[in-house]
Design a protein around this ligand. Structure first.
Ligand SMILES: [Zn+2]
Length: 312
C-alpha cells in the first residue's frame, strides 16, 4: 500500500457530467491537495439528449454515438479538475444508460437498471479493494431525483462497500477493505432557494427556470453534515461542466441541462454522512470529508478501523 497517497476519495456516479455538477469543486480541491481522487462512472450516458444542434446526429435514435462522444467529454472534464483516475464500471460500455424512469430502454438487455445489483457490484469491489478509499461519495436511495441509473448507482455503491469489507467475499478481487465514511450528495433547501432567487433576479439567457424539485438531493438544512467550500475551484468546476458540452450549457454562475431550464451552479458542495463517525462534535458541520479518519486533517483520529484495514 505504500504507493497509495494518504487520503483517498472514491466517487460513484451514473453518467458522465453528474460528477462535475455534484462534486466538481470537491474533486478539484482534493486533487489539488494531493489526495487520490477516483471516479467510477456506471454508464456512458448513451440515452442523454444532445444540446448542440451540430451534434444532434449522435442521438440514440440516430447514429447512437453519444456514449463514445461522452467518453471524451468526461476525459476533458477530469483534466479541468485535475483528476487522473477515472474509470467506467466494468469498462466503457459494460452497462448502458437506462433512460428516464418508465421508458422502454429501462428493460433493454445490458441496461444498468436491468442489471442485478450483485452482478454489477463486484466490479466496484475490485476498485475499492485496489484504491482502498477512506471516503465514498454517492447518491441517496432515491438517486437524488429518481433517475433509474442514479438509484442503481446508489444500490451498487452501497452493496459494493459492504462486499469489499467482507473477508470471505471474492478474495480474487483483492484483500478486504472497509470504507471509513460514506456520504450522500445533498443540497440544503435554503441554499437551493437562495440560488433560485439569484437566478430569477439575474438577466440570463435560459428560456425558463428549473423548479427546486429538479435539483437532486435537496433536503432540510438539518440533514446536512458536511460542506466543502469550493470557491477557490469555481473556475475548475465551471470548466469541467462546460467540457460536457452535449449535456450542459453554462452561463456564469448558472447552467441549464437539455431542458433549457436555468439552475444555480453551486460552488460550495454539501453532503450527509450516512456511515462512519463524524470528525466534528454533534451539531456542527464537517469542512473536510476525511475529518476523523486516521489521515484526516480536521478532527481527532476516529474510527479505529482504518489502520488495521490497511494492514490487511
Ligand atoms: Zn445522471
Amino acid at each position: 500500500m505504500t504507493d497509495l497517497p494518504a487520503r483517498r476519495l472514491l466517487l460513484v456516479h451514473a453518467h458522465p457530467d453528474d460528477e462535475s455538477i455534484n462534486n466538481g469543486a470537491t474533486m478539484a480541491r482534493y486533487a489539488a491537495e494531493g489526495a487520490r481522487v477516483t471516479l467510477v462512472t456506471c454508464t456512458l450516458g448513451e440515452e442523454g439528449e444532445v444540446i448542440p444542434p451540430e451534434l444532434a446526429h449522435l442521438a440514440p435514435d440516430k447514429e447512437d454515438g453519444l456514449g463514445a462522444h461522452r467518453i471524451g467529454e468526461l476525459a476533458a472534464a477530469m483534466k479541468e479538475l485535475g483528476v487522473a483516475d477515472h474509470r467506467f464500471l466494468g469498462g466503457p460500455g459494460r452497462f448502458r444508460d437506462s433512460g428516464m424512469m418508465g421508458v422502454p430502454q429501462n428493460r433493454r438487455p445490458g441496461a444498468f437498471w436491468n442489471t442485478p445489483v450483485d452482478e454489477a457490484a463486484p466490479y466496484l469491489v475490485e476498485v475499492i479493494r485496489s484504491v482502498r478509499p477512506q471516503v465514498l461519495i454517492t447518491y441517496d436511495p432515491h438517486g437524488g431525483y429518481g433517475h433509474p441509473d442514479h438509484i442503481q448507482a446508489h444500490r451498487v455503491a452501497m452493496r459494493a462497500a459492504d462486499l469489499a469489507a467482507e473477508p470471505a467475499f471474492r478474495r480474487d478481487l483483492g484483500s478486504p477493505h472497509t470504507i471509513a465514511k460514506i456520504y450522500w450528495n445533498r443540497v440544503p433547501r435554503s441554499v437551493a432557494e437562495a440560488g433560485f432567487a439569484r437566478l430569477r433576479a439575474a438577466n440570463v439567457e435560459f428560456p425558463g427556470v428549473a423548479h427546486i424539485d429538479d435539483i437532486p438531493g435537496v433536503v432540510d438544512d438539518a440533514e446536512i453534515t458536511a460542506e466543502i467550500d469550493g470557491a477557490a475551484y469555481t473556475a475548475h468546476k465551471a470548466a469541467a461542466m462546460r467540457a460536457h458540452a452535449t449535456q450542459i450549457a453554462v452561463d456564469g454562475p448558472f447552467f441549464a441541462l437539455s431542458n433549457d431550464l436555468g439552475q444555480p451552479l453551486f460552488t460550495t458542495e454539501y453532503y450527509q454522512l450516512v456511515r462512519g463517525l463524524p470528525g466534528v462534535p454533534a451539531g456542527r458541520r464537517e469542512h473536510d470529508l476525511f475529518a476523523g479518519t486516521v489521515h484526516g486533517t480536521g478532527g481527532t483520529d476516529g474510527p479505529a478501523g482504518t489502520t488495521t484495514q490497511e494492514a490487511v
